[in-house]
Design a protein. Structure first.
Length: 329
């Protein structure tokens, strides 16, 4: 079985990761490159990053041994509907020496597969944006939210940043001294924690600082909220609590109330021991007490597993998952 190699790629807006593995679970090569999302960076640049990651992962591997591949990508549907983008990815694939087919899946499915081998379950991702998805037979079925910063992404990094600014503006409108979190936000946006004699002038400076940059850039304030919540700052704790409830509500829209299949948590805000991850886990445990909770792990390895599981020599996909996909740390 180890003569067979599969390739998986986890392609994001800021980084691209590739893994070449055999069916004994041996990692034969790893590749890293910059953001490879064609929606964010354009097809040509995205394909270039894809090729860089592939070549690194295959540096010690004969590409003719690769039997299948999966690319996990946010906005996979847009790529599949764009002949130019798909052609650019096809060219990168063949330029890496690969002659086997590859499949494109949404990043939500890859995140789910990085946390469990169960064919049915739910995945919740919260980073800059937020989306929940129901998985059926390892295919994305129903989704909730993921509608972008203007119309949705409730509980996301953008949401936390925006609400922190709104809280600051409320303090300034009321002419009360900003709390600890509000002062940190003020310093991040204006370079100073000082409030002018006329608080309205400081509020105007805050609004100008926000509107000079792309709206989604408010997500950069999310770490301030998370850190302040870890320290027990009341406003930050309240925001994290509300964000957790909103994220759980997104799952509630698509997940049956009596479901016992697993829930996988992914994205920067829900990976690891963060206050938001803890609050979300508590919400989910209260709503689905019999459902296992797992964290998302290595997306490139999960993509490789998705590529391998349908090969005829794979008779136990769950055992293969245990070999290929390391548990999250």
């Amino acid at each position: 079985m180890s003569d067979t190699v599969v390739v998986g790629l986890d392609v994001g807006g800021t980084s691209t990761r590739a893994a070449a593995v055999d069916l004994d679970g041996v990692r034969l090569g790893t590749g890293h490159a910059g953001g490879g999302n064609p929606t964010s960076h354009g097809a040509e640049r995205a394909a270039g990053e894809l090729l860089t990651a592939l070549r690194a992962a295959l540096a010690e591997v004969d590409p003719t041994r690769v039997r299948a591949g999966v690319i996990g990508l946010a906005g996979a549907g847009r790529l599949l509907a764009d002949p130019r983008g798909r052609d650019a990815f096809d060219q990168a694939w063949t330029a890496a020496g690969l002659r086997c087919p590859y499949t494109v899946h949404g990043d939500a499915l890859v995140a789910y597969a990085s946390g469990t081998a169960a064919p049915d379950g739910t995945v919740l991702i919260a980073g800059t944006g937020a989306i929940a998805a129901q998985v059926r037979d390892l295919r994305l079925d129903r989704t909730a939210d993921g509608h972008g910063w203007l119309l949705g992404d409730a509980g996301s990094g953008f949401w936390l940043g925006r609400e922190a600014v709104r809280s600051l503006l409320t303090d300034l409108d009321r002419a009360v001294a900003p709390g600890a979190l509000a002062r940190q936000v003020l310093a991040e946006l204006t370079g100073s924690t000082e409030v002018a004699a006329r608080p309205r002038a400081t509020a105007a400076a805050v609004v100008q600082a926000v509107t000079r940059r792309p709206p989604v850039d408010l997500a950069r304030l999310a770490p301030l909220v998370v850190t302040a919540a870890r320290q027990g700052e009341p406003a930050a704790v309240a925001l994290v609590t509300e964000a957790a409830a909103l994220l759980a509500e997104s799952i509630w829209r698509i997940r049956p109330p009596d479901a016992t299949d697993p829930v996988v948590l992914g994205g920067g805000l829900l990976t690891g021991d963060t206050p938001l991850a803890g609050a979300v886990r508590a919400e989910l445990a209260a709503r689905w007490p019999d459902a296992p909770l797992a964290g998302a792990g290595d997306g490139a390895a999960a993509a490789a597993w998705l590529a391998a599981r349908d090969l005829p020599e794979v008779i136990d996909p769950a055992a293969l998952h245990a070999r290929l996909v390391p548990p999250p740390t």
